[in-house]
Design a protein around this ligand. Structure first.
Ligand SMILES: Nc1ncnc2c1ncn2[C@@H]1O[C@H](COP(=O)(O)OP(=O)(O)O)[C@@H](O)[C@H]1O
Ligand SMILES: [Mg+2]
Length: 363
């Protein structure tokens, strides 16, 4: 077991592109750390640097108290599971798992003990003689994990290991991976672009954007207090509504809020609205015209347009078009298209950010 620490790690590829622009991450012994961010933000680059598959332009990587910048991948005591897990098609499940250990000249009895134990944990015991072609996608993914487990590494590295599976299997495997990691208690770094996967797996969540860390923390803390508008719209689905405050009637509703002087953007999560005609002390009330409704059974999504948008307001920095607001309410009821509703949010549901979106204002 081991901690993993990255200190001011940078990566410029030979073509000059700076993929990682100074990243600090601390993963404690036994923790499950998830790196999440959009495609191209540098997640794989960072993970491959931890694995030793990619050189580091500057900074330090420490695994278990040892700086590994110059240490060969095979000597780092890590095991990696990729999206394309490429099992050997002509080898049995048993031999796929045993292969790496044989290469290390481990005695056969020890190999057998480890493979049998991994097969038991992963419920592959009945399939050890099969070839990968005779397995389902989920079973193949479990063999790939078995190959990592038998190594008994200090650190597991996962790069989008579930991306090739269908949605249902992905959820099942997500739960499996979490249970497995709790049981083995091995320090893990897991890369994904899927915010839900990230939220549900992570002890510590690292949100990345453009080669930099936007925010690090416990997943629920990040959901509740996103540090930037990027994090606000990336974590949580559907994303937070982000509304510019400049020259806007929203600002007058917030006149009593001490944060207002420094704020340029108001954020409200779709699930934090209540549709009601009541008045709220200190909160926000939006008059909306209902444009579209999605009923998914357990909940209803209401797409509304703000009635009193002031001309000349800057474009909404979130994913919704200017003036559009998404409200998410439980149940299958809800208004009709064309109806006018009032969506209200309590003061503690309001997120405020600086006008450039780079900083959260207030608690
Ligand atoms: N060998 C390379 N040479 C130059 N640029 C690269 C190389 N590999 C990746 N990149 C670039 O670095 C950025 C980060 O890539 P990557 O780490 O694969 O992102 P992610 O895994 O988050 O999708 C991307 O813009 C990608 O195009
Ligand atoms: Mg990647």
């Amino acid at each position: 077991m081991a901690n993993v620490t990255l200190r001011n790690v940078r990566k410029a590829y030979p073509n000059g592109f700076e993929a990682i622009k100074g990243v600090d991450v601390d993963v404690a012994d036994g923790q499950f750390c998830v790196l999440v961010g959009p495609s191209g933000c540098g997640k794989s680059t960072l993970l491959r640097m931890v694995a030793g598959l990619e050189t580091i332009s500057s900074g330090e990587i420490d695994i278990g108290g040892r700086i590994v910048n110059q240490v060969e991948p095979a000597e780092r005591d890590i095991a990696m599971v990729f999206q394309n897990y490429a099992l050997y098609p002509h080898m049995s499940v048993y031999n796929n798992m045993a292969y790496g250990l044989r290469n290390r000249r481990m005695p056969q009895p020890e190999i057998d003990t480890r493979v049998q134990e991994a097969a038991r944990i992963l419920e592959l015991g009945a399939m050890l003689d099969r070839k990968p072609g005779q397995l389902s996608g989920g079973q193949r993914q479990r063999v790939a994990m078995g190959r990592a487990i038998v190594r008994q590494p200090k650190v597991f590295l996962f790069d989008e290991p579930l991306s090739n599976l269908d949605a249902k299997l992905r959820i099942a495997m997500r739960v499996e991976i979490r249970k497995l990691q709790r049981r083995l208690n091995t320090t893990s770094i897991y890369v994904t672009h899927d915010q839900l996967e990230a939220m549900t797996l992570a002890d510590i969540l690292v949100v990345m954007n453009g080669g930099q860390v936007e925010q690090v923390g416990n997943p629920l803390d990040i959901y509740q207090k996103p540090a930037t508008t990027f994090v606000a719209s990336f974590i949580g689905a559907p994303p937070m509504n982000l509304m510019p405050l400049s020259a806007d009637e929203l600002k007058s509703q917030l006149a009593g809020d001490s944060r207002i002087n420094d704020a340029g953007i108001l954020g409200i999560r779709p699930e934090d609205f209540v549709v009601s005609n009541e008045t709220v002390a200190g909160g926000i009330a939006l008059g909306l015209t209902v444009e579209a409704i999605e009923r998914v059974g357990a909940e209803t999504f209401i797409y509304g347009t703000r009635e009193r948008d002031v001309q000349g307001v800057a474009a909404n920095p979130g994913e919704l078009p200017p003036g559009e607001v998404l409200v998410r309410i439980p149940g299958a009821i809800g208004p009709a298209i064309g109806e006018r509703i009032r969506a209200i949010a309590a003061p503690d549901k309001l997120h405020l950010f600086t006008a450039d979106g780079r900083q959260r204002v207030g608690p």
